[in-house]
Design a protein around this ligand. Structure first.
Ligand code: HEM
Ligand SMILES: *[C@@H]1O[C@H](CO)[C@@H](O)[C@H](O)[C@H]1NC(C)=O
Ligand SMILES: *[C@@H]1O[C@H](CO)[C@@H](O)[C@H](O)[C@H]1NC(C)=O
Ligand SMILES: *[C@@H]1O[C@H](CO)[C@@H](O)[C@H](O)[C@H]1NC(C)=O
Length: 338
């Protein structure tokens, strides 16, 4: 295995890395040092294994596609794309699963376990949990009808978690647009990434608690969010009462909740974006509004930008080389037995 990895690296050095090093060093590499062929020799079936288990999971439950896309996002925004989000509580680890954005909300962990077990059976200790998340997010997008992209690979798994990072660095649905943009910039992502990646809300569900404020008291004056379509708001209030029903579920894209398309952006134009963080893309900045309109008008443009931004998000601070480890069980460190 070591030999085949070295072979892979040599080929890559000749074909890709050397010219880029000359052009601007490792930091100039468009894929952040990761590359799609990383497992071609060490675990040639890796991509197929991930794809087939994701397909089974999505066939069992359509929503799982959305949940797996979000899982990669919540991984990457905390300490980089290093599978820190997958660690359970144990000695020295406070799980990110208990953070405000994740608690009673983030899902898909059992599917990741299933994928990891199949990968360990085929190629023990080889494919990282962080790469599983990146591949599962891509496969989920494609299964829901969205764009395909080649996933740069070679991430390694963290030796820790950060519940503080999870609480502070993942945007909240009632954050202002400047706060959301700041949280993306902190990750090396820009305004265009904010709008394109928010388009993931074309699939999946939200709990009442994530948008209730908009229905009753958006700015502290006892009134609903003025940017929310009034009849849509009235309908939402029926299932999302002033108190109680926190976990009642609503589609983020009311038109086509299981279909990865651009109707999310058309909803926003109609005042029917579910979250405040969705609607502010139209109402709080001319730059983001122009992108919302462009994606609403041109699904191919949205798909192209979404794929590009997913690669950019997937490149956030990966652990590579001898950093971190390849976990055998995504829920715990290799050295941690319980
Ligand atoms: C721009 C800032 C963002 C905010 C404020 C935000 C907020 C949220 C919230 C509040 C929910 C509902 C959670 C719940 O109530 O349980 C949600 C769901 C979701 N988010 Fe985001 N999100 C953002 C960006 C993203 C990004 C970048 C992605 C992926 C690329 C993403 C993918 C998803 C998906 C797919 C769901 C549905 C998950 C499911 O049904 O299990 N979001 N988001
Ligand atoms: C992890 O443990 C902390 C207490 O140390 C607890 O507050 C939290 O809910 C636990 N998280 C999970 C996901 O069980
Ligand atoms: C955002 O929502 C959280 C949780 O519901 C709440 O504590 C906070 O006050 C809200 N922030 C704003 C600015 O409305
Ligand atoms: C709305 O929120 C403000 C401040 O957050 C609070 O003082 C006020 O009582 C709330 N009004 C209603 C009708 O809930």
């Amino acid at each position: 295995m070591a030999a085949s990895k070295r072979g892979c690296l040599v080929l890559l050095c000749l074909a890709v890395v050397a010219p880029l090093l000359l052009a601007g060093g490792v930091h100039g590499h468009p894929w952040g040092g990761l590359f799609p062929q990383f497992y071609d020799h060490s675990c040639p079936k890796a991509k197929e294994i991930v794809k087939s288990i994701v397909a089974q999971a999505v066939a069992r439950e359509t929503r799982m596609a959305a949940s797996l896309v979000r899982l990669h996002f919540h991984d990457c925004f905390v300490k980089g794309c290093d599978a820190s989000v997958l660690l359970d509580n144990s000695t020295g680890i406070v799980s990110e699963k208990g953070s405000n954005p994740n608690k009673n909300s983030l899902r898909g962990f059992e599917v990741v376990d299933e994928i990891k077990a199949a990968l360990e059976a085929a190629c023990p200790g080889t494919v990282s949990c962080a790469d599983v998340l990146a591949l599962a997010a891509r496969d989920s997008t494609v299964l829901a009808g969205g764009p395909y992209w080649d996933v740069p690979l070679g991430r390694r798994d963290s030796l820790g978690a950060s519940i503080q990072g999870s609480n502070n660095d993942i945007p909240a649905p009632n954050n202002t647009l400047p706060t959301i943009v700041t949280k993306f910039r902190r990750q090396g992502l820009d305004v265009a990434d904010v709008v394109a990646l928010s388009g993931a809300h074309t699939i999946g569900l939200s709990r009442c608690t994530s948008f209730r404020q908009r229905l009753y008291n958006q700015t502290g004056n006892g009134l609903a969010d003025a940017t929310l379509d009034a009849s849509f708001a009235a309908r939402l209030r029926q299932g999302c009462p002033r108190s109680g029903g926190d976990n009642n579920l609503f589609p983020l894209d009311l038109a086509t909740p299981a279909r990865f398309d651009n109707l999310y952006f058309r909803n926003i134009l109609a005042g029917k974006g579910l979250l405040s963080s969705d609607e502010v893309l139209l109402t709080k900045s001319a730059e983001t509004a122009a992108l919302v309109k462009a994606y609403a008008a041109d699904v191919d443009l949205f798909f192209q930008h979404f794929a590009r931004s997913m690669v950019r998000m997937g490149n956030i601070s990966p652990l590579t080389g001898a950093q971190g480890e390849v976990r055998k069980n995504c829920r715990r460190l290799n050295g941690n037995r319980y």
